[in-house]
Design a binder for this molecule. Sequence first.
Ligand SMILES: O=C(CO)COP(=O)(O)O
Length: 133
Amino acid sequence: MNIALIAHDKKKNDIVRFATAYKNTLAMHQLYATGTTGLRIQEETGLDIHRFQSGPMGGDQQIGAMIAQNKMDVVLFFRDPLTAQPHEPDINALIRLCDVYAVPLATNMGTAEVIVMGLERGDLSWREIVSGE
Ligand SMILES: O=C(CO)COP(=O)(O)O
C-alpha cells in the first residue's frame, strides 16, 4: 500500500518516534512524505521514503495529487492545531481530498496507531480493490 507520512514542525519528533515504533510494518509498504518530514524519518529510521517538496512549498498538494489519482491508500498527518500555517489552504485541500476518495486519514498519533494496527491486521485491504492494485 502507498502510505503518506506528514508532520508539522512541532509534531516531527512524534512522527519519528511513531515511525520507529512501527518501522517493521511501515517497511512493508511504499512510503511517501513531505520533504522535511521524510528527511527526518529517513535519517532516524533508515526507512526508504519517496520525498516530495516541503509542505509550504507544495508537498501537501503533491500528495493531494496522488490522492486525486486514487494512488494513496493511507495518510498519516500529524497536524499541529496550535500553530498557524502559511499553507493552510493546501492542508485543508489535502484533508478534503481524503474524504472525497475515502482514504483513511489520521490527523494525530492516536488515530495513526489505530490505522497502522488495522493495516497489520489486513483491515485496509479493501483499498487494493478500490485503487485497482
Ligand atoms: O507542512 C507540512 C504539512 O502541511 C509538512 O512539511 P514538511 O514535512 O516539509 O515540514
